[in-house]
Design a protein around this ligand. Structure first.
Ligand SMILES: [Zn+2]
Length: 341
């Protein structure tokens, strides 16, 4: 798609250069007969309906979507307009906006803070990490905005999903106040629950962001999905299935498809579990789904942590990092439902 856009963009560029040349030649011919006054420079007329630009609080906005879905993926254009103010010149919106544009915001990443309310605010506003929004756990109706959506917040760190890397550049980050996990006597992680109030807030906020930027379901992710070897948040108690079922947010598998894959998976897991070729196939499927994983053909630490991250999101009843038939069936069902376009 981007390659196509580039080619379309290039052809427009070539076309406009050619057109300009013709205009100049025509103008030099006509100049012999007619002297054009300096002030009467003909401007091109754009007769297409234009989004109305409104001015509020010192900021220009436009509210009409001029998207052309055939020409871009998340081309929705509306919102505030940040403009230059060059000394001695006037920036005008006469030809605003060009249709060849899209949002930089292409991912929504969810986190937990692993801190109480007050410390979450301090750390996310006064230190080297931040998020666009912070969902508190105080039971009120407020959601704190900490960073402008047009700017980068520092929430993702070293991260990747499918062909994208460094997702701070292209994502909106939501931090949720939550205690995170403690480790019990068997060295298992025990996670803290999210309140219903928080889940409702996150759902409303996520829905708003996803709708405005047309963020695809495949790009609504946990921090642990985009940095599986480093991160666990928002953990297995974050209700991804509820968000999918009740708010149509993010990805989930179809139960019947999973069952179909499960029958075959059970046979494989009793006979092929330790085969490098089998492990390689599973690593390939995890990578295809989106995880940044090396294909080693062994059940190494990175693979274990990636399986664990996958289970946090899609099989929260079991998150020991051990791939089993059920987890494998879920992964295959998801890969079938959400292929890379
Ligand atoms: Zn995080």
């Amino acid at each position: 798609m981007r390659k196509t856009l580039y080619i379309i963009g290039l052809s427009f560029f070539v076309f406009s250069c050619t057109s300009q040349k013709n205009v100049k030649q025509n103008a030099s011919r006509t100049n012999k007969q007619v002297v054009q006054p300096k002030t009467a420079v003909a401007k091109p007329v754009n007769d297409k309906p234009k989004p109305q630009v409104t001015h509020e609080g010192g900021v220009d906005f436009f509210t009409t979507n001029i998207a052309d879905a055939a020409k871009n993926d998340n081309t929705v254009s509306y919102g505030s307009i940040v403009s230059a103010k060059p000394a001695g010149y006037k920036v005008v919106k006469t030809y605003f906006p060009a249709i060849a544009q899209n949002f930089r915001q292409r991912y929504l990443i969810l986190h937990y803070t692993a801190l109480p309310d007050d410390k979450s605010i301090t750390v996310l506003t006064q230190q080297g990490v931040s998020a666009h929004y912070l969902v508190n756990n105080t039971g009120d109706n407020e959601i704190y905005q900490l960073v402008d959506e047009n700017k980068r917040a520092y929430h993702a760190g070293v991260s990747s999903w499918r062909s994208d890397k460094n997702l701070n550049d292209t994502s909106i980050g939501i931090e949720i106040v939550n205690a995170g996990f403690r480790t019990d006597s068997t060295k298992s992680r025990v996670f803290a629950a999210f309140s219903d109030d928080q889940v409702k807030k996150v759902a409303a906020l996520a829905k708003d962001i996803i709708t405005r930027y047309q963020i695809p379901a495949t790009n609504v992710l946990a921090h642990s999905d985009i940095a599986p070897t480093r991160k666990q948040d928002p953990g297995p108690l974050f209700p991804w299935k509820k968000l999918y079922d009740e708010y149509q947010i993010g990805m989930w598998y179809d139960e019947a498809t999973k069952q179909n894959f499960l029958t075959q998976a059970q046979v494989d897991f009793t006979t092929r579990y330790s085969e490098p070729a089998f492990i390689f196939m599973i690593q390939t499927a995890l990578q295809k789904f989106g995880y940044g994983l090396e294909l080693s053909g062994a059940w190494d630490d990175a693979t274990k942590k990636t399986v664990e991250a996958f289970q946090y999101h899609f099989r929260p009843q079991k998150y020991d990092g051990i791939m089993d038939a059920e987890t494998w069936a879920i992964l295959q069902a998801l890969n079938q439902k959400y292929p890379i376009k």
